[in-house]
Design a protein around this ligand. Structure first.
Ligand code: HEC
Ligand code: HEC
Ligand code: HEC
Ligand code: HEC
Length: 182
């Protein structure tokens, strides 16, 4: 190689090294300046995040938290076929309804009319293939209503009490002295 081309080659190399050093040192200081203070305190995350997470207000309750105030519904729901279904699935979250001092701060949505049928079919529509049949009973829509010999515009809640769907049906059977399943 000629002398001149070799020194040009070295000059490139030196520029490259300087650039790498500048990027490296600059990057180090940028990381120091931009990382949150508690980064890496416990592991590869922001240590203060633990406190932040602890301070997030609770959003969800349990059925027992609703029962404190809704005694009449408690009586119906807790012995009915929907006892394993959470109030919040159908009504939304505790946090939107009750504040820190156990007072009502917001109105929860309540489905009415047609919307009730849509809500029921979200869990009980037999077109949902993946649902385990041995745990959740399924009905066809509108076949179920045809079998019951009513107009398809009937809402589920006209025969099924939403908080214990077999309550009225059991009572009707007892009144008619009909056996189970008839
Ligand atoms: C399967 C869905 C579902 C579940 C589970 C459910 N609800 Fe409801 N709830 C409804 C529907 C639908 C209505 C409205 C009924 C109607 O208007 O015919 C309602 C009505 C109510 C009402 C009366 C509100 C009003 O303005 O009419 C209260 C209070 C209530 N539910 C509380 C509860 C509580 C507490 C629980 C848990 C124990 C619960 N619900 C579980 C669907 C449900
Ligand atoms: C600290 C008492 C308290 C608790 C706990 C409570 N509620 Fe209520 N709720 C009320 C009061 C008061 C009303 C308004 C009067 C009424 O309708 O009974 C109400 C009304 C409702 C209504 C009618 C719509 C509305 O917001 O006015 C629904 C639905 C409802 N509650 C569901 C629930 C569910 C679900 C839970 C549990 C996640 C729950 N409530 C927990 C006190 C409570
Ligand atoms: C979040 C899912 C969910 C929703 C929404 C829901 N259910 Fe249920 N339902 C269940 C579960 C879980 C059971 C208990 C398992 C079973 O028996 O199928 C049940 C049980 C039932 C049963 C008893 C079945 C039997 O013979 O044992 C009837 C009837 C019923 N629901 C009707 C309704 C109606 C009507 C609505 C609308 C108001 C509704 N369900 C909304 C989940 C749901
Ligand atoms: C005209 C009254 C009526 C209407 C409306 C009605 N049902 Fe029923 N449903 C019944 C009766 C009666 C039974 C039988 C209960 C039994 O066999 O113990 C039943 C049974 C069921 C069962 C249990 C099925 C099983 O295999 O045991 C489910 C789930 C159900 N209904 C959901 C619904 C849903 C969802 C709607 C709304 C789309 C609805 N029902 C509308 C009367 C009705």
């Amino acid at each position: 190689m000629h002398k001149e081309s070799r020194s040009r080659y070295n000059a490139h190399l030196i520029k490259l090294i300087i650039a790498l050093v500048v990027v490296g040192v600059g990057g180090y200081f940028a990381k120091q300046a931009l990382s949150p203070d508690t980064m890496g305190q416990y592991g590869h995350y922001r240590g203060a995040d633990i406190e932040d997470q602890k301070n997030i207000a609770l959003k969800l309750g349990t059925n027992d938290s609703c029962f404190q105030c809704h005694q009449p519904i408690r009586t119906i729901h807790k012995d009915g076929v929907h006892k394993t279904v959470s109030c919040e699935v159908c009504h939304g979250s505790y946090g939107n309804h009750i504040g820190d001092n156990d007072e009502k701060i917001g109105t929860l949505p309540v489905k009415r009319g047609d919307e009730i049928s849509q809500l029921c079919l979200r869990c009980h529509n037999k077109v949902i293939q993946a649902r385990p049949r041995e745990f959740i009973k399924m009905v066809g829509y509108p076949e179920h209503l045809e079998q019951m010999q009513v107009n398809p515009t009937h809402n589920c809640s006209q025969c099924h009490m939403v908080h214990d769907p077999l309550l009225w049906i059991r009572q009707a059977r007892e009144m008619m002295r009909m056996p189970e399943g008839a």
